[in-house]
Design a protein around this ligand. Structure first.
Ligand code: S3P
Length: 438
């Protein structure tokens, strides 16, 4: 991907209707489960972003026929749990933590060896959180130093189910172990410290695989059942919608309708936090689509106030904090986030990179090990480095709606990992954004 820079002129508001691209977490899983199923899976609303395309290419490299994507439609010709073939080369997961961590579990149960690699960001992210419990199940995985990728996964190992309590609230770790559990003898049981996104559990059920929900935080699978191909309708991604929820909330005159957004209760923390801050967000026509709750979201400008963010909401909004910090910068008073140390190991260190960017725009932001305190005030124009983090790039773009001057954001190419077409959608809604591709 060529390097890109965003320049956003200050002011304006967001109006009209918008459907943001499909949910990233669900798109990854639809390809994975479709590939492991027996029969054909038809997917609509697939996110054609780089992260999900990395997952798609990995399964093609393992012999799965996949038609598309064609305007969000993908047809996966499943090969069954034991039908994958050894890829000829290492599988490159690019920037995508979800691809690498979920595939690590699935590949630990195969008969062949694989190598999982990724870009500079992904090969610096912690992988022991998956390799350690997988090793307890009997997997053999070699890592680079300090447990990081590339991961060399040896096939032909016999996996045995374990009872595992996750040390961090992570849907990626939970999903990794449930996927390994499909290949294990006996029962694999995972307990999470707090509820996290449950798309894997919903999708296992949607593909007809027996899953035991033993409590709201404990899930169990036994190996050697089957997945049956199905149809999947992927809603618009609430994480991509969050930039517009914040943008419309902070910009006077805004009135925006975001269509067909996934509002799964394990993902809707940003709506709850923005409402606590005083945002005006309405859920219209709430419905179920393919086993996932969906609604149209109407958001209008409203004055925001700083809040202390309740810690139980943190895992439910984990990807939305870059955008929420912009809301905090535009709110009256102080916003305090704690219990969010996970933000330090996302695509970038999102606490430090957001604090640096806010400081460059004249906002007082005090980073802490597990969160940040942001004092609302006037945002100036200026230059910000997104450090290659897609969500940070989009968050500072939205900030220009309330800035005193233009905001220039460097290193924005990775916006294509989760939100291809962001610049066009944001312009259509009213943001004065230009992209310069070097
Ligand atoms: C994801 C889980 C979250 C999230 C990521 C997608 C998933 O990561 O940040 O963008 O699809 O399971 P963690 O499980 O590391 O919190």
């Amino acid at each position: 991907m060529s390097p890109s820079t965003f320049t956003v002129d200050p002011g304006g508001c967001l109006r009209g209707r918008l459907r943001v691209p499909g949910d990233k977490s669900i798109s990854h899983r639809a390809i994975m489960f479709g590939a492991l199923a027996e029969g054909v899976t038809t997917i609509n609303g697939f996110l054609e972003g780089e992260d999900c395309l990395a997952t798609l290419r990995a399964f093609r490299a393992m012999g799965v026929r996949i038609d598309g994507p064609d305007r969000g439609r993908v047809v996966v010709h499943g090969v069954g749990l034991h039908g994958l073939r050894a890829p000829a080369e290492p599988l490159d997961m690019g920037n995508s933590g979800t691809s690498m961590r979920l595939l690590a579990g699935l590949l630990a149960g195969q008969a062949f060896d694989t190598v999982l690699t990724g870009d500079a960001s992904l090969t610096r992210r912690p992988m022991r959180r998956v390799t350690e419990p997988l090793a307890r199940m009997g997997a053999r995985i070699e890592t680079a130093e300090r447990g990081m990728a590339p991961l060399r996964i040896y096939g032909g190992q016999r996996l045995t189910g374990i009872d595992y309590t996750l040390p961090v609230a992570s849907a990626q770790v939970k999903s990794c172990l449930l996927l390994a559990g499909l290949y294990a003898d006996g029962v694999t049981r995972v307990t999470e410290p707090a509820p996290t996104r449950d798309h894997t559990e919903r999708m296992l059920e949607g593909f007809g695989y027996p899953l035991r929900r033993e409590s709201d935080r404990t899930f169990a699978v036994a190996g050697a059942s089957r997945l049956r191909g199905t149809q999947i309708d992927i809603p618009a991604d609430i994480s991509s919608s969050a930039f517009f929820l914040v943008g419309a909330s902070i910009a006077p005159g805004s009135d925006l309708l975001l269509e067909h957004v996934g509002v799964n209760p394990t993902r809707d923390g940003a709506i709850a936090i923005l409402r606590l801050m005083g945002a005006d967000i309405e859920l219209l026509d709430s419905r179920l689509a393919g086993g996932e709750p969906v609604a149209d979201l109407r958001v209008r400008h409203a004055p925001l106030r700083g809040v202390r963010i309740p810690e139980p909401l943190v895992p439910l909004a984990i990807d939305e904090f870059p955008a929420l910090f912009i809301a905090a910068a535009c709110a009256e008073g102080e916003t305090v986030l704690t219990g969010a140390e996970e933000l330090r190991v996302k695509e970038s260190d999102r606490i430090q990179v957001m604090a640096d960017g806010l400081a460059a725009l004249g906002v007082s932001a005090a980073p802490a090990a597990d969160g940040m305190t942001v004092r609302g005030g006037a945002l100036a124009g200026g230059a910000v480095d997104s450090r290659g983090d897609h969500r940070i790039a989009m968050s500072f773009a939205i900030a220009a709606l309330r800035a005193g001057g233009a905001i220039r954001i460097q290193d924005c190419a990775n916006v294509n990992t989760s939100f291809p077409g962001f610049v066009a959608s944001a312009r259509e809604a009213g943001l004065a954004i230009r992209e310069l591709i070097d």
